[in-house]
Design a protein around this ligand. Sequence first.
Ligand code: PGA
Length: 258
Amino acid sequence: MAIKNMKNKIIIANWKMQLSLAETVRSAKKMKTKFSGFKKGKVVICPNFLSLAEVGKILKGGPIELGAQDVFWESKGAYTGEVSPEMLKEAGCRYVIIGHSERRKYQLENYEIIYKKIKAVLNTEGLVPVVCIGENWDERMTDKRDFILVDQLQKALGGLDIMSDQTVIVAYEPIWAIGTGSAIEPAEAEYAHKIIHLTLSDMFGIETVKRNFKIIYGGSISSKNAQEFSGLENIDGLLVGGASLNVDEFFKVAKLII
Ligand code: PGA
């Protein structure tokens, strides 16, 4: 039976590569106005790299925080095309999505790389990693999901020290539900979150998981289904793609989950 989750919830908008610089700036301004007075939980938007500094300035003084969609693991040097954790911080970022399934697919990111990125972010004071995990359709259909989730968590986070004041967000995103328009059954998400919770508890201890971790769901969330996820056990928030591109729709989703 689902137990109402009392943790401070978070909703993260992943704008991917969907908006131009001008559109991003317009949307960020609208978001700031729409959410002024929204005092509950945490709201984060993650625009493309190019827009971060500008959006950082726009969001200043408002309730919405800034996140990036990726990061590199070194702090400085000859790494063409990369952006360091410190640079993200300078632009006003507090959150960084790491290892999104689209990066695993198109940039061939693996969990060795993901581990290095998480480590670098945890070593940068004030930055919070949003670590993406999740199985694909074949893995789900062959009953490998639990194993995949445990394996991804161990590869991504195994051996890392989490300080008492640090937060780590794990985003469970079943790859087969992303961008399809239909989220998975809430009970199935709740089950996966339980596996994640148990695995993290094994790795870091129950108290650390309670204090320092949040587990959120992502994959075709909209105002039509967000409510079904809001009261579930071990679901501390949502990572929203498509539905976050429309300010009114994203606001509706935020009100339903937080
Ligand atoms: P979606 O994307 O909400 O469009 O499915 C979620 C994500 O990829 O983070």
